[in-house]
Design a protein around this ligand. Structure first.
Ligand code: URA
Length: 230
């Protein structure tokens, strides 16, 4: 792989930024300073260092993002900005959002290039819980609680899997789903004669949104978070 591509893939910036790093003499290959950014390296064998720090090549990247409203959860969109536009690193890593949040939904979005883990998290067969904080137009009518717990009907064709509701207080609640139908939370609340006014995902499986991340910020999953998901 070319050195500039390698450095960009390992999170040192865009191609343009890493070329500058290399040309300014910050990078060594097997102990020798290298100022040629297009040189070919063997990412499995060569020891690449940036400013005395060894760069390890990770094929897979796992990020958590605090998604802001106004961005679509896709790699490309004709009209709207996508969550990929918020990433300033990881160019060329082929990341994609793991599942979708609506454009106006905020909160935990995982981004990865590990298709197998994404499938494991999203397939309804695996029953991975997704927990949402939901604000409602008016107080939740408790007569719908058992219906949601048993699996509420959305329309003639669609019935939801059993879901859990916790932390009910007047116009907010937490809703825990194990599947991801289109606009599911919003449609479940319509089925319960209410309307979602604000929606934020808090958790996927064992991983909670890091509340130190501001809207639009992201970080790599820790080793513990990743292991618990896997
Ligand atoms: N359910 C919704 O209605 N919207 C989301 O973004 C996620 C779940």
């Amino acid at each position: 792989m070319r050195l500039d591509k390698f450095l960009s893939h390992t999170g040192f910036g865009t191609r343009k930024e890493v070329k500058k790093l290399v040309r300014n003499g910050w990078v060594t290959i097997n102990g020798e300073v290298c100022t040629k950014d297009d040189i070919k390296i063997d990412e499995e064998k060569d020891i690449i260092m940036v400013n005395d720090e060894v760069v390890s090549y990770k094929k897979f990247v796992y990020l958590m993002m605090n998604k802001p409203a106004g961005y679509v959860s896709a790699t490309e969109d004709f009209y709207d900005p996508t969550v990929m536009d918020l990433l300033t690193k990881y160019e060329g890593k082929d990341l994609f959002p793991c599942g979708r949040l609506d454009k106006d939904t905020e909160g935990l979005l995982l981004l990865t290039n590990d298709g197998q883990l994404a499938h494991q998290l999203l397939s309804p067969k695996h029953h991975v819980e997704k927990e949402y904080y939901v604000e409602l137009d008016h107080p939740f009518d408790l007569k719908y609680l058992p219906l949601i717990e048993q699996g509420i009907r959305l329309n003639e064709e669609e019935v939801c899997a059993p879901a859990k509701i916790t932390n009910i207080s007047k116009k907010h609640l937490h809703l825990i789903l194990t599947e991801g139908k289109f606009h599911q939370v919003k449609r479940m609340m319509i089925a319960a004669e209410n309307e979602v006014t604000y929606l934020k995902r808090l958790r996927m499986g064992t991983v909670w949104l890091d509340d130190s991340l501001g809207l639009g910020e992201y970080r790599e999953l820790t080793k513990e978070e990743l292991e618990s998901l896997q």
